[in-house]
Each structure stands twice: as C-alpha cells, then as structure tokens.
Design a protein around this ligand. Structure first.
Ligand SMILES: *Cc1c(COP(=O)(O)O)cnc(C)c1O
Length: 432
C-alpha cells in the first residue's frame, strides 16, 4: 500500500516510511492511495470472529507487505490484550468502553500499535538509527504513548506536558516509567508544549543528531487501528438488526475519522455524530458551511481542547471534499462544562453509570440526535476512565469511585521529570 500527502507536494511512500516520518515533507498528512471494501463473507461471519482476526482483516490492506501476515497478527494479539465492552443503558443507547487498556484511555490501542510497528521496523534493519518520538500532551496522549513505547528498542520517547494542567493520575502515568521515557514539565499551557514540538521538528540543528517523529493521530499507525472499535461494536450489536449510529467525543478528529474509514471498508454505519466542548470548530462548520479554526479554550474535557483539528482534512478527503456529502454522514453539537457535569450526574442517578467528561459529551450528542431519529441504535464512545479526570468529576461521584488496579500500581511511584520554561532549554536537553 502506498500513501500520498494530502498537501499533494511530496513523494508517495510505503506504510513503513509513512509511520517513521509521521508527517510528509510538505507538512501534509499521509492518506492511503486505495481503499478496498472487505468481502461480504467477512461481515456475515463477524459474530464468530475474535478481536485479533477482525483487526487483522481491517488493517492488513493498509500495512501491505511491510509487515508479513504472521508478524502483523502477533503485533495485533499483543496490542488487543484487553476488552472493549458494550454497556447498554437504554433500549437504543449503548456505551462502547474504550478504556480498559493499561492507561485507561482509548489512545492505548493506537499508541501500542504504533510502538510495536516501529519496534518491528527497528529490529528488521541493521543500522540502528534511533528514533525520538516527541509528543506534547494535555494528559491522555502522553500516558498512552509512554506506556505503549516503554522498553521498545531504538526508540526514545520525549513527552512535554503543561505544568499543573494534567490530573495527578495522568502526571504519574507520564513521569514514573523511566527507561526510554523522559518527561518535561513545561511552565505554560498545552499550546506552548505543542509550539515547542513544532519548533523542534523544523529545527535544522537536530539534523544528523536525532531523528524526530510524532506520535499523535497524524501518524497513520496511531490513527488507523482506531477503526477496530467500530467493527467490535458492530459485532456486539449486529443481532439487533437496527441502523447503527456512532457518537464520538472529538478533539483532533482522529478517532471519528477512523470510524469513517471503517465505513469505507463496508462496515454498515448509518451516521456519525461529533460531540464537542466549547471548542466547536466542526459543529460550527456543519451549521454554517464556513470552516474557521480558533485558539483552543480550556474545558473540563481537556483532551478535546483543540482549536484546529488536524485530522479534519482526512475527513474531507473521505467525503470527496463535498460539504453536502459530509453533512449527510456527520452531524455535531457542542456542550458547555455545566451541561457536561449535569450529564455525568444524570447518567449516575439514572443508570448508575459513571461516565467521564468526554464520554458524557458523546452521550449528550447522541441523545440529541436520537430524539429526531429514534429508530437507530446509538453507540457513544466512552474514551477514558473517569478516574483520570477525578479533579473535575462531581465530588459525590468522585468520592466513591474505586481505584482500578492499573492506576493503583503507579500511585506510589516517584515522579521524575525535567522542568523547562522555553524552547532553548528543551533543545539543550535533547542535544546533550
Ligand atoms: C484524545 C481524546 C479524545 C479526542 O479524540 P480525537 O481522536 O483527538 O478526536 C476524546 N476523549 C479522550 C478521553 C481523549 O483522550
């Protein structure tokens, strides 16, 4: 499989090169040249297939010859070593829980897949040119990447996070692992962390000293495995025989865009809904037809505080850059922090279900859509465990939440990080 740049000014590359590079040299996102539907027989038999087989069928055309089938299966088996349960709340509303992995956020799957692919490529080649994965995080990405890449040979991971803006649990997930993981605590906001990462990628002084790559959802190896969730939900709900709609709490739009890729592979999805917080670029676009990026504003669902969603260009590509086609397939609404808290309380009081702030937005967006489309089966994606957002959860709920074992096991570990306040300090550390 070949990948081209969505900026159309860079050579086509293989899966391996697209993964190692992250972004094309013309700064465009990579996109697969061809997309083939999966055979009817696959969808007919899906209820009898296990996660690894489903994932393998979904992703093999995108990997192509760069990883032989038996190695790819082994990677997937290792990546998908936890459950993705569907929890039915109402007759036509179900939560798909994507947070049962090691760092309890859906980003575990993409981060683990990308790490194992890079690890595989490094093992294959003899001249071990180490890769440095540089990533800015508002909380969830850093933890998933740190955990996914821990101990992977030939890869060093550098994580930048904004001081005082991630929860204690998230900070522990970033700063306690050691080995090939280094965390930098930045005096500033998430946007400052991201600006430093961008500056490093453009900095000629790293040439020949460090090969930098990114591990956010612009990387195809982090983006594409997110397709699996939609196949897994379909497998669980197919017997109901209803039209399936997915509501996805969105920030950079990698997750929902992977769902749209699954749809291109023939997965029968009727419609997508994007729920956002006050960072509402895409719902505004769907309403007005005008696409206007903004600086991000902070909210309690901070993994979605994104003012310029990087994967939106891929969504446009999947819909032929045609606004009317997109509007038929995607609707969206945005919600305030106080509405989000109300929804968390409502879900807890009504169903004894504890949602995190991101999942609660997915629930609200789904509920609003279903009032006018009540024949569909709705699924909202629960993207993180609520324990990771303890400081912003309603106190009565937070106080009685048990601590999961994945979290318990890191709480006593000592946090190790390097404090920095500007780009020069970061550069100095990286060139040491
Ligand atoms: C990253 C994240 C999101 C947003 O996902 P995108 O793919 O960036 O749209 C939503 N919820 C949680 C908990 C996240 O960590």
């Amino acid at each position: 499989m070949k990948y081209f740049s969505l900026s159309h000014n860079a050579p086509e590359v293989s899966f391996q090169e697209a993964v190692v590079r992250g972004l094309a040299p013309d700064k465009g996102l990579y996109f697969p040249k061809e997309i083939h539907k999966l055979p009817d027989a696959f969808y007919e038999a899906i209820e009898t297939l296990d996660y690894v087989t489903i994932a393998f069928e979904a992703i093999k055309q995108f990997v192509g010859e760069d990883i032989p089938e038996s190695d790819l299966k082994a990677i997937l088996k290792n990546v998908l070593s936890f459950d993705f349960p569907i929890v039915e709340l109402e007759n036509n509303i179900a939560a798909l829980e994507l947070y049962h992995g090691p760092t309890m956020a859906f980003k575990d799957v993409g981060a683990r897949f990308m790490a194992r692919c890079l690890g595989y490529f490094n093992k294959k080649k003899n001249n071990t040119d180490d890769v440095t994965v540089l990533v800015a995080t508002s909380g969830d990405t850093g933890g998933a990447v740190a955990n996914g890449f821990l101990g992977v040979k030939g890869v060093e991971v550098v994580i930048l996070y904004p001081s005082g803006k991630v929860s204690d649990i998230q900070e522990k997930q970033l700063t306690t692992l050691g080995q090939n993981i280094t965390a930098f605590e930045v005096q500033g906001a998430f946007d400052d962390c991201q600006a430093m990462v961008k500056q490093a990628f453009l900095d000629e002084d790293f040439k020949g000293k460090r090969t930098l790559t990114s591990a956010n959802s612009i990387n195809i190896a982090r983006w594409l495995p997110q397709m699996f969730y939609y196949f897994i939900a379909y497998k669980a709900l197919k017997h109901k025989g209803k039209k399936l709609v997915f509501s996805v709490p969105s920030g950079n739009y990698g997750n929902i865009c992977a769902g749209m890729m699954a749809q291109k592979l023939g997965l029968p999805i009727d419609h997508f809904i994007t729920g956002t917080n006050a960072n509402n670029v895409v719902p505004e676009y769907l309403k007005t037809g005008k696409y206007t990026t903004k600086s991000s504003v902070p909210t309690i669902s901070n993994a979605m505080d994104v003012g310029a969603p990087s994967n939106f260009i891929r969504i446009e590509e999947l819909h032929n850059h045609d606004f009317d086609i997109l509007k038929k397939n995607l609707s969206g609404s945005s919600y305030s922090d106080s509405e989000t808290i109300d929804a968390i309380n409502y879900l807890n009081d009504t169903y004894n279900y504890v949602a995190d702030p991101h999942g609660a937005i997915g629930y609200m967006a789904l509920k609003d859509y279903l009032t006018a489309n009540n024949h569909a089966q709705g699924v909202f994606l629960e993207t993180a465990h609520p324990i990771k957002f303890l400081p912003v959860m309603p106190k009565a709920i937070a106080d009685k939440m048990p601590i999961p074992t994945q979290i318990e096991s890191i709480l006593h570990l000592e946090k190790k990080r390097i404090l920095i306040s500007n780009y020069e300090q970061l550069k100095q550390q990286l060139l040491k």
